[in-house]
Design a protein around this ligand. Structure first.
Ligand SMILES: [Zn+2]
Length: 189
């Protein structure tokens, strides 16, 4: 996948999103077509909303889905007691560990020790690695599908001109999408 090809297939609004990202204008409004109505809704960095039965947010200027884990984190925050051992979470790493593993530092350490002792550690690491790839593929697919289905305003060519959208371009994007997903799948363990 060449960089020029990628650039060519970006829609104008996506170029703007990336421009915001590069310029660090995270707080800038990103105009997004909402659902099937194609109505333009202004969203700001960090905003979370429901659309097409998914939860979306703007992170670093780019529209993306919020994973279930992230959502759970936002809803529950850090409780006073560890849900597994019911002790008060006052260890210096408890908050950080709870955010990632939803258990206290001590519980996570014994969980990992147990995995290692029972020979399941590698499998566990593999699972984490593969679920990260799944998540990346899912977000990428949604983004590309959104590009294809939600845009008919043309795209920016290498020379910076806005060219009109055609079926030929869609074919290219779908091909690139498949190549990218194939690559991501090859990273699986
Ligand atoms: Zn605990």
């Amino acid at each position: 996948m060449s960089e020029t090809k990628l650039k060519k297939d970006f829609a104008q609004k996506d170029v703007q999103r990336l421009r915001n990202l590069v310029q660090g204008k995270y707080g800038d409004k990103t105009s997004i077509a909402s659902g099937y109505t194609k109505e333009q809704v202004d969203r700001v960095e960090g905003e979370v909303w429901e659309e097409d039965e998914r939860t979306w947010t703007i992170k670093n200027g780019i529209k993306q889905t919020v994973s279930k884990l992230q959502k759970a984190r936002e809803i529950h925050k850090t409780p006073l007691f560890c849900p597994e051992c019911s002790t008060i979470m006052n260890h210096r790493y408890d908050k950080e560990f709870y955010n990632i593993h939803t258990r206290c530092f001590n519980c996570q350490v014994s969980f990992e020790t147990n995995l290692k002792a029972t020979g399941q550690w590698e499998e566990y690491q593999k699972e984490i690695h593969n679920s990260e790839i799944d998540n990346t593929i899912q977000n990428y697919e949604i983004w590309v599908d959104d590009l294809i289905n939600g845009t008919n305003e043309g795209f920016v060519s290498e020379t910076g001109e806005v060219e009109s959208w055609s079926k030929g371009n869609t074919k290219n994007i779908v091909k690139q999408k498949e190549e990218a997903i194939e690559y991501l799948n090859s990273l699986r363990k």
